[in-house]
Design a protein around this ligand. Structure first.
Ligand SMILES: Nc1nc2c(ncn2[C@@H]2O[C@H](COP(=O)(O)OP(=O)(O)OP(=O)(O)O)[C@@H](O)[C@H]2O)c(=O)[nH]1
Length: 643
């Protein structure tokens, strides 16, 4: 290492050392002059640290410290480097013990400032950035790391410059500004080339591999990292070896080579456990958790998340594992627990520096929120979360235009998620639309069915009513109100039909008239007369065939029309009826008779045949209570002749 080059100011200060030392030695140790250059010693310690030989580094450092402590002047001169080297040692041993490192680093910085600006000062600054970067905003870290790079280059400290460049490259990679990372990496390679150091090359390969990983060029990453892995395995340090394993695993993970990814993560975890490096063990736990979630090995994933949560130290780590837990619960459809985990993640999310909050890792929370809402079938909320994600992504893209490749990848990721979400929204909308259509169709069907049914019912009711009414009207129009028999009009109409019907040979008319009806009315009252009229009707109906027509055609005059019946047969029937009346006891124990006139014919008018029958009735009325045939009728004559 070439970190501790004397600076010009320090050189000026050093010019006085011999005098001071001489003065001191003259006063305290008159025989011995205490002066020694410890640069090489510190450099050796740093090599041990870089190689991971921490015990050896510790012993060597303790030896230097013991020597320096003996002399105030030496302590004044070398305490800066002593504290700085101790801070490096602490960082290599336990990077998460930030406070302890910061305290020692603080001592180093004040001592180095007291002395003079040097690459050692820049080195301390870089270590401070390493410790604090995760709590700080991207921009402020980058401003300072650029200062460190400039200082290192200014003091020709190539190794420090490369260290700072690689730190800057890794840091920008982490925030997705891949093109800037490449810039830093190229400069590191330029500076490293003439140095011809396998360790520096391995470091650069690791950083380059990191970059390729971040832009999903896994093949290249794996090739580069494999070389670095071999170097660190051979030469240490262990933490770098573990880092290579983690990056390799991430690449296999990206390639969906689950077995290789898993075994590398497990190996990294194992090494980190043995080397007591919880900050790396937590990274292995994160990788394993993600791997197991993807593989749906939920029990194993849960264990890794638990390990991570137990070890989580920084807000980012706490946030990451709360987020992972949320994902776990989401994957297992335990939505209430997922919600609680998201809330916890949000608390840690708020603690993150702005740039980390807006980095891809930080934005993950909105994806989880979106997914949770989607799982709850709340498309609007899901879309809102995804939209927030998108907005933040856009902001991020705008502020880091140079990080084009990663930004593109982020955009692609966003597109993927948005598409998925859009598909979900579309599917929901489509379902809702289909449901609405189905419901509408069903409503219409029911409506049409109901309407049709109501229409059919009311129509048939209407038809029935009309028919009934028409029938009633017809009946009323055809019926005699007092007796319920057909009236004259109906009798004429039907008789005429029969008279014209070719199938019937003859139609007979029997007209009968109650004898002395006037007397009945006069003696017993009109009502009794009415009742007798009704009794006459009932008896007439009871003593005729169903096919015969019985009508009341005048006050107490009735007509029976017998289709298909000749005069003789009709006369016989009339005679029977006459006897029925003559022997019947009517209301008020009255005895009432009737006189009958019979005639028949075919294809003649109603009037004609009626007249003939009426003439016969007239004849019957001569003696009353008898049946007469119309002698003038040719048919009747024929009948008489036959007789
Ligand atoms: N109670 C009642 N009487 C009626 C009705 N229509 C007609 N008459 C009566 O029937 C009687 C008919 O009398 P006439 O024509 O003299 O005949 P008659 O008394 O039966 O004598 P002959 O027919 O010669 O035997 C009249 O007194 C009418 O008022 C009716 O609907 N009810």
């Amino acid at each position: 290492m070439n970190l501790f080059q004397p600076t010009r100011r320090r050189m000026r200060a050093l010019q006085f050392i011999p005098f001071i030392a001489l003065l001191c030695s003259a006063l305290l140790f008159p025989t011995k002059v205490q002066s020694k250059n410890y640069y090489a010693d510190f450099e050796t310690v740093r090599s041990y640290i870089d190689e991971g030989q921490l015990g050896r580094a510790e012993r060597q450092l303790a030896a230097i410290e013991a020597e320096i402590e003996l002399n105030e002047d030496l302590e004044l001169e070398w305490s800066g480097l002593l504290h700085l080297t101790r801070a490096h040692l602490l960082f290599a041993r336990a990077p998460s013990k930030e406070k302890e490192i910061r305290d020692v680093l603080g001592l180093a910085q004040s001592a180095l400032t007291l002395q003079t600006a040097s690459s050692a000062y820049a080195d301390a600054w870089l270590l401070q950035l390493r410790v604090n970067a995760k709590h700080r905003d991207y921009q402020s870290v980058m401003v300072q790391v650029n200062e460190v790079i400039n200082l290192a280059l200014h003091y020709n400290d190539d190794e420090l410059a490369i260290d700072a460049l690689l730190f800057a490259a890794n840091f920008t990679t982490q925030f997705g500004n891949s093109l800037i990372s490449v810039e830093y990496l190229r400069r590191a390679i330029e500076i490293a080339e003439p140095l011809n150091s396998a360790r520096i090359d391995a470091n650069i390969d690791l950083s380059y591999g990191n970059f390729y990983t971040s832009v999903a060029m896994s093949e290249k990453a794996i090739t580069l990292i494999a070389g670095a892995r071999a170097f660190f395995k051979e030469n240490g340090p262990q933490n770098k070896l573990i880092e290579t394993l983690l990056v390799l695993a991430r690449n296999y993970f990206q390639q969906s080579d689950w077995d290789n990814a898993e075994s590398l993560y497990i190996l990294a975890d194992d090494y980190a456990t043995h080397a007591s490096l919880p900050s790396l063990k937590i990274k292995a736990a994160e990788g394993l958790a993600r791997l197991y979630i993807v593989q749906q090995a939920y029990e194993a994933a849960y264990r890794s998340i638990e390990t991570g949560q137990r070890l989580a130290n920084s807000s980012l780590e706490k946030f990451t594992f709360a987020s992972l837990k949320a994902n776990w619960y989401l994957a297992n459809n335990r939505l209430d627990l997922a919600e609680a985990a998201i809330q916890e993640a949000e608390i840690h999310h708020k603690q993150l520096p702005g740039s980390t909050r807006n980095s891809l890792a930080g934005l993950e929370i909105f994806l989880s929120k979106g997914e949770l809402a989607a799982k709850k079938q709340n498309a609007t909320e899901s879309f809102q979360a995804m939209n927030t994600y998108r907005q933040l992504l856009i902001t991020r893209i705008r502020s880091f235009v140079a990080g084009g490749i990663e930004s593109l990848l982020a955009e692609m990721e966003y597109e993927r998620v948005t598409n998925k979400n859009q598909q979900l929204t579309n599917r929901n909308t489509e379902y809702e639309r289909q449901l609405e259509i189905a419901a509408e169709r069903q409503r219409l069907q029911w409506m049409v069915l109901g309407l049709g049914l109501a229409l059919a019912i009311s129509l048939s009711l209407y038809v029935i009513r009309v028919l009934v009414q028409r029938k009633k009207l017809k009946e009323l129009a055809d019926t005699d109100a007092l007796t319920g028999l057909l009236n004259r009009r109906a009798a004429v109409a039907r008789s005429e039909n029969w008279l014209k019907d070719a199938r019937l040979n003859e139609v007979a008319f029997v007209i009968f008239d109650i004898d002395f009806f006037k007397k009945i009315n006069d003696n017993h009252g009109h009502q009794t007369g009415d009742r007798i009229l009704q009794q006459f009707s009932d008896l007439a109906l009871a003593n005729t065939r169903e096919s015969d027509l019985v009508a009341r055609i005048g006050g107490e005059e009735f007509l029976i029309v017998l289709p298909g019946c000749g005069t003789k047969k009709a006369a016989e029937r009339a005679e029977k009826l006459r006897q029925v009346y003559a022997t019947h006891t009517f209301i008020n124990n009255l005895r009432v008779t009737a006189s009958f006139g019979v005639a028949s014919g075919h294809n003649v008018s109603f009037g004609k045949i009626y007249e003939a029958a009426d003439r016969a009735l007239y004849k019957a009325k001569e003696t009353r209570n008898q049946v007469s045939l119309d002698n003038d009728s040719p048919y009747i004559e024929a009948l008489v002749l036959e007789d």
